[in-house]
Design a protein around this ligand. Structure first.
Ligand SMILES: NC(=O)c1ccc[n+]([C@@H]2O[C@H](COP(=O)([O-])OP(=O)(O)OC[C@H]3O[C@@H](n4cnc5c(N)ncnc54)[C@H](OP(=O)(O)O)[C@@H]3O)[C@@H](O)[C@H]2O)c1
Length: 273
């Protein structure tokens, strides 16, 4: 077994791209061992540095048996997992009535059940050492409703509620739970998102056509490294702070804006499109 510094090990999902990729590099730079998971091993090999302190494992987090196998590989390599970063995810946009049941279930399989699969697999390992941190990456869309984003929001709100609740039961086993909530970040996220097929009814939701153009611009937003830094800060924090906004202007103002006012702002934005 080869270990970095004092052997601290972080596991990061969604490591082949964007925020996950930046997070792997950030932890490596801080002297940690890192286990990187995504479905595409070649993409990880192309984008991450070759290092004896980095183990890359092709894993689909929606498949519990793959997650368990990858956790076993991680333990074989480094013998511990101090931090698990549940970051993997894709987007899904469109009017709810035009999204199919299959699209919705496929999204939940990764964005909700995939996250639960990872947490379920790391709890026993962290419980044995009475120490560990689980960082769930949600979004400002895990706190605020955005139009034509209902299913993405449902999964992110789900992970927020799950995290807020499960942290109480894990605390007595020395496991801390954190939520990192990015705003708009420059990644492949928009390009990788699933979109409702409205070709059969293009006039049904005309505003969606305009919003789609805004949403698919992946060149806007903060660099993924800014989120990686927040994830690292959350992971090493000894505090009981649960939520860590990352490059989100909206979340800065959220505590001061009542629901009613937020809805007025959103409706007025939609009416000006
Ligand atoms: N970009 C933004 O503006 C933004 C804002 C708020 C929140 N977020 C959240 O940040 C997280 C990372 O997104 P990103 O912006 O970095 O997007 P990204 O560049 O598209 O990266 C997504 C990563 O997730 C992996 N992934 C997707 N499905 C997977 C599965 N079933 N199993 C394992 N890995 C899977 C992808 O790798 P493979 O295809 O190789 O599996 C990829 O590495 C997501 O949870 C997203 O919801 C992003």
């Amino acid at each position: 077994m080869i270990t970095h510094n004092d052997g601290k090990t972080a596991l990061v999902t969604g490591a082949s791209s964007g925020i996950g990729c930046a997070t792997v590099k950030f932890f490596l730079g801080k002297g940690w061992n890192v286990v990187a998971l995504s479905r595409n091993l070649q993409k990880m090999q192309a984008r991450l540095p070759a290092s004896p302190y980095l183990l890359m494992v092709a894993t689909d987090i929606s498949d519990e048996s793959q997650v368990r196998k990858s956790i076993a590989d991680a333990m074989d390599a480094f013998d511990r997992i101090d931090v698990a970063v549940n970051n993997a995810g894709t987007g899904i946009t469109g009017p709810f009535e035009l999204l199919t049941d299959l699209q919705i279930r496929r999204h939940f399989d990764t964005a909700l059940f995939g996250h639960l699969n990872l947490v379920r697999a790391v709890i026993p390992i962290m419980r044995l050492r009475q120490n560990g941190v689980i960082v769930n990456v949600t979004s400002e869309a895990g706190r605020i409703g955005f139009p034509f984003n209902s299913i993405y929001e449902a999964a992110k709100f789900g992970v927020e509620g799950f995290s807020e609740s499960v942290r109480y039961e894990l605390r007595e086993h020395g496991i801390r739970v954190k939520i990192v909530e990015p705003g708009q970040i420059r990644t492949d996220f928009a390009a990788n998102s699933d979109v409702a097929d409205n070709s059969g009814a293009p006039d049904l939701y005309p505003i969606f056509e305009k919003i789609k153009k805004l949403m698919r611009d992946g060149s806007k937003g903060a660099a993924p490294e800014t989120v990686a830094e927040v994830i690292y800060r959350a992971a090493i924090s000894e505090s009981s702070q649960l939520r860590y906004p990352a490059s989100s202007v909206m979340l800065k103002f959220l505590p001061f804006v009542p629901d009613r006012v937020l809805a007025l702002i959103m409706f007025s934005f939609l009416s000006r499109l």
